[in-house]
Design a protein around this ligand. Structure first.
Ligand code: ZN
Length: 498
């Protein structure tokens, strides 16, 4: 962007609202008893007359899906009304065998909530319009072989429970949209209602975005962006689309309300279709399902079952362990990370001075630094780490006891991670240890001093760096094993005599 363009871009405000779909981790589908696990089954083996849309069949509501959706709504501070119903959303597509999707239109199962994002250290509240239930579609496979092209349909996914979470148009930058998605995913995974796997389309995001001259109250014309399957894609697609809209307006053209697809490898959005209105779906109440009457006991029972959520976990980690807000936020992004952190703290020996906060900080640093790097490189989740929480505690205990140096600990962690051995076993097998024997170090210090008269001269003329130089020589000779806290006093006393 040139300076002139940047100046113009700031004359516009970006307005974003997200529609997120999440599959729910139920055993069976939304309205029949077919397994909801569709990915690992041969095509069209997890389906029945109900989810294939045969005439005359009767759907039955999956109670677990209703529970999961309401738990999500409660976690997002939504109101749950006493009455809700399902509707038919009519449209035609080869992956939709019934010719309609059962969804919720004017009486959703929840509304008026919010989610808090942490934007550069400040909290920002993003409104949640509604959370409602619907069902997923089947999948098409487009085949192209020997000059022949055709499409096949797989209905294993048809009827899998789907929850839609609609936000208010409260986000003002692509970054806020990414932070919202990250936080929402974190909450869903903490609740245990979603796998959160965007790469497998178990969690999907569509975005509505418009721009308006700064200061204008009225919203601009929006476009809807589809096909973003990672947090990065959400941020990139919205950045591209905002810039595209601003350039259209600057050129005196108008924005057409439309649906656009994000093309990841080209980094652009392209027009897919001019937007339908809800009238085009001819919604009407689903005649085969009873309305849902929600008792307060049901709602309160679910509220009592809610686990600790990311915001509460972050506050607790800050309060109980003295962690910085940044570290606590990182460690509570996933429940598995927070569990690992607490298990590692419990497994460790009480720190030298009983300094719990120092140990907590050390565990956080190792988890968010070296361990995370190793996990990322191996594409593993923290739960799959070859170094257990007890293993990390063992490593820190050995450092605290002076058995190994910080530098050696990095090496030991890498070896333990690769082999699955405990850090202690690695240290023993490789003979890694710090040299702290005063007698042995004393003779090394003496010979280093004898061989470096120039440095000794520098020391006596007041150059503090001379000690560092000599220290380096001792390290070189001991291959980095010498304990600095033993060597430094030795050096100083010997130099004083030299
Ligand atoms: Zn079925």
């Amino acid at each position: 962007m040139t300076t002139a363009e940047a100046a113009t871009a700031t004359d516009y405000e970006i307005v974003i609202g997200l529609e997120v779909h999440s599959q729910l981790l139920t055993a069976s589908k939304m309205f029949c008893r077919c397994p909801a696990d569709y990915a690992n089954a041969a095509p069209n083996t997890h389906c029945c007359p109900i989810c294939m849309g045969f005439p005359g069949v009767l759907p039955v509501i999956n109670e677990q899906a209703v529970d999961y959706m309401m738990m999500t709504a409660l976690a997002l501070h939504c109101e749950i009304p006493d009455f809700s119903k399902f509707d038919r959303k009519n449209y035609f597509y080869p992956d939709l065998p019934k010719g309609y999707q059962i969804s919720q239109y004017d009486r959703p199962l929840s509304q008026n909530g919010y989610l808090i994002i942490n934007l550069h250290g400040a909290e920002k509240r993003i409104g949640i319009t509604r959370v409602h239930l619907e069902e997923d579609t089947g999948r098409l496979a487009h085949i192209n072989e020997d000059g022949d092209s055709y499409s096949l349909v797989d209905l294993n996914r048809a009827g899998v429970p789907l929850m839609e979470i609609v936000s208010e148009p409260d986000m003002r930058s692509p970054e806020e949209a990414r932070l919202y998605m990250e936080k929402l995913r974190s909450i869903l995974v903490y609740l245990g209602v979603s796998s959160g796997k965007m790469e497998e389309a178990a969690l999907r995001c569509d975005a509505n975005i418009s721009v308006r001259p700064r200061g204008q109250q009225e919203f601009g014309v929006k476009t809807e962006i589809k096909n973003m399957n990672s947090f990065r894609a959400v941020e990139r697609a919205l950045t591209y689309e905002a810039q595209r809209q601003i350039e259209e307006l600057k050129a005196g053209r108008t924005i057409v309300q439309s649906t656009r697809g994000w093309i990841e490898d080209r980094g652009v959005t392209v027009l897919q279709r001019v937007k339908e209105n809800s009238d085009d779906y001819r919604y009407f109440p689903e005649p085969d399902l009873p309305p849902l009457v929600i008792s307060r006991d049901w709602v309160e029972g679910l509220r009592a079952r809610l686990p600790e959520l990311p915001d509460a976990a972050r506050e607790r980690l800050e309060r109980d362990y003295g962690l910085s807000s940044y570290d606590a936020e990182q460690l509570t992004a996933e429940r598995a990370l927070a569990s690992y952190f607490e298990a590692a703290l419990k497994a460790g020996k009480p720190d030298k001075g009983g300094d719990q906060a120092a140990r907590a900080k050390a565990v956080a640093n190792w988890m968010l630094g070296d361990l995370r790097r190793l996990l990322n490189a191996a594409s593993l989740d923290i739960a799959e780490s070859k170094v257990s929480p007890a293993g990390l505690a063992e490593l820190l205990d050995m450092m605290d006891a002076g058995t190994i140096s910080g530098k050696q600990a990095k090496d030991v962690l890498e070896k333990a991670f690769a082999s699955g051995q405990s850090p202690k076993a690695v240290v023993e097998a490789e003979g890694i240890s710090q040299l702290s024997d005063t007698g042995e170090l004393e003779s090394i210090v003496e010979s280093v001093i004898a061989e470096n008269p120039k440095a000794v001269e520098d020391f006596h003329s007041g150059k503090a760096s001379a000690v560092q130089f000599l220290m380096g020589q001792v390290m070189k000779r001991t291959k980095g094993r010498a304990r600095p806290d033993v060597v430094i006093p030795l050096l100083q006393s010997k130099l004083g005599q030299a």
